[in-house]
Ligand binder design. Structure first.
Ligand code: SAH
Ligand code: SF4
Ligand code: F3S
Length: 487
């Protein structure tokens, strides 16, 4: 198996960064060419070709998929949810091995669909494709895939699409993966999944190198966008009917580092708050080591920033946190939580936890469970540690057996669920503002919306309510959500 750091990408990578504006022009030109190619394909097929973009992974990937979708629809593809589409793109994730396995599993189905539809094209992009051993595996065992591209050159998608559309199905797989980039190219078209809410990238990459995590290797070094570009995007979104924005970055608290004279993250939030039309502001993710008093004060005093903070703890044991390179102790984390609770009493707190990190003992895990009971999280995402090639922890010796990990995981999950249910129960009978997001998937007579603190509420209504705010009484508690009544 190839190792990250020693791998030679030179066969299929380049690291040229184009000046932003020039590159934008180049991609716009490629979109014109693609439009012509799609028109030819439409004539050949007798209908506009369909496309299906499937997102694996986090909000960052979801936002990238919206950009890919934007380009495709602009040049004449029709979007569909069905993987029978003429063009299928998997935007992959590699944060844990099960994410990779899901992709390989689904590729098998695509192969048989492609045999039936000779015009079908398959492309893979995203974090998994930044791994050299993945590329090797795809090249040898999944040769029916037409195009691979990575996370750094997604802005070149129009150009890549032209190459894909002129490729014969039996031609060699097209591979364009870059090791890194400094370029941040703005202004590609975007098709949003929801008309009323949108993610906004404020930074890319990560410099934290938590020892278990592959993200810094597949997403590259931390780069912040300029606040001017971010605010222009938010203003444009607001003008387009967006009422909720989520500012996205692997560690939003270090926004602006490396850009002299740039706003800090709390200052950026204050500027976003001033944008008319934006009613709710969320952000993801906050690293506990960088969460400042200034940010807490801005959240406390804000009318628009949601009463929800995702604050990944990963472990409740100082020793494990040290091995993870998280750069805070159990005590420092608990102090931070106490400060947050003091300043913003109605804040909902959620977290991420890893179980079975190499070096973790049963006692360490007990400390995590105790911490969950002490913090009383509104929710927690729990993961079993998955070794990632090239990360430091992948070579650390294991301490717990699979069985001990499984048992500990189940116990942790029980604690998480008990606290989550109690947190939701505390809201019973309250009247809260709800942003309606969609028709309930089980009962079309109900609409599904979210409170500021992210709790889901279902209440009677119709499609015309999507994207609007309603005052709702939380009448029936159903464990993790409410059935409510409009007041
Ligand atoms: N930047 C964010 C999220 C990164 S990935 C942060 O710092 O929190 C999302 C979550 O996946 C992480 O918080 C972590 O809990 C989990 N994760 C990352 N790498 C993992 C691995 N190798 N095995 C198991 N879980 C992992
Ligand atoms: Fe991964 Fe840590 Fe960066 Fe989050 S902060 S993306 S867990 S390295
Ligand atoms: Fe996965 Fe990449 Fe996000 S690895 S979690 S999609 S940054």
């Amino acid at each position: 198996m190839l190792n990250w750091r020693e791998a030679d990408f030179s066969a299929y990578t380049s690291t040229i960064a184009y000046p932003s504006k020039e590159e934008e022009e180049r991609q716009k030109e490629a979109m014109h060419t693609a439009e012509g190619l799609v028109a030819d394909l439409t004539a050949k097929l007798g209908h506009a070709p369909s496309c299906c973009v499937v997102t694996f992974g986090c909000q960052m990937n979801a936002r990238d998929s919206e950009k890919i979708q934007g380009v495709l629809e602009c040049v004449g593809f029709t979007a569909t949810e069905s993987e029978e589409a003429d063009l299928v793109i998997y935007n992959t994730c590699t944060v844990r091995d099960n994410a990779n396995q899901r992709v390989y599993g689904r590729l098998g189905h695509l192969k048989s669909m492609k045999q039936k539809n000779p015009e079908k094209r398959i492309a893979l992009c995203g974090c998994m494709i930044q791994e050299p051993d993945v590329i090797e595996k795809l090249k040898t065992s999944y040769r029916f895939v037409d195009l691979l591209f990575g996370t750094h050159n997604i802005y070149k998608f129009p150009e890549l699409l032209c190459k894909l559309l002129t490729k014969n199905t039996e031609d060699r797989m097209l591979i364009d993966v870059w090791k890194s980039t400094d370029a941040i190219v703005e202004d590609l078209p975007v098709v949003r999944k929801y008309p009323f809410k949108s993610g906004v990238n404020i930074m890319f990459g990560c410099d934290n190198f938590c020892t278990y995590c592959i993200v810094p290797y597949v997403r590259g070094r931390e780069r912040s966008r300029s606040s001017r570009e971010i605010l222009q995007e938010v203003e444009k979104l607001a003008a387009d009917g967006v009422v909720e924005v989520m500012l996205l970055g692997q560690n939003v608290n270090s926004y602006g580092n490396g850009l002299p004279g740039e706003l800090t993250f709390p200052e950026l939030l204050q500027e976003v708050e001033k944008v008319d039309g934006i009613k709710r502001i969320r952000f993801m993710t906050s690293h506990p080591k960088d969460l400042s008093d200034e940010l807490i004060a801005v959240m406390r005093d804000s009318k628009k920033i949601c009463r929800h903070l995702h604050l990944p703890v990963q472990s409740g044991s100082t020793e494990v946190l040290r091995k993870m390179n998280r750069r805070y102790t159990r005590e420092q984390y608990l102090e931070l939580v106490a400060k947050l609770r003091r300043e913003i009493p109605d804040l909902s707190l959620t977290t991420d936890i890893i179980v079975g990190f190499p070096g973790e003992t049963k006692e360490d895990l007990q400390q995590t469970i105790d911490l969950v009971n002490e913090v009383k999280y509104d929710n927690a995402y729990t993961f079993i540690y998955s070794p990632r090639t090239g990360t430091p922890a992948a070579s650390y010796p294991k301490t717990m057996t699979e069985e001990e990990i499984k048992e500990g995981f189940d116990e942790l999950l029980k604690a998480v669920q008990k606290n989550a249910q109690e947190a939701v129960l505390r809201l019973e009978g309250r009247t809260e503002e709800v942003l309606v997001e969609e028709i309930n998937t089980h009962d079309p007579g109900l609409m599904t919306g979210r409170l500021s603190n992210n709790v889901l509420v279902h209440f009677p209504g119709d499609e015309s309510m999507i994207g609007k705010f309603y005052t709702v009484k939380l009448t029936e508690n159903h464990g993790f959500y409410y059935i409510g009544e409009k007041v």
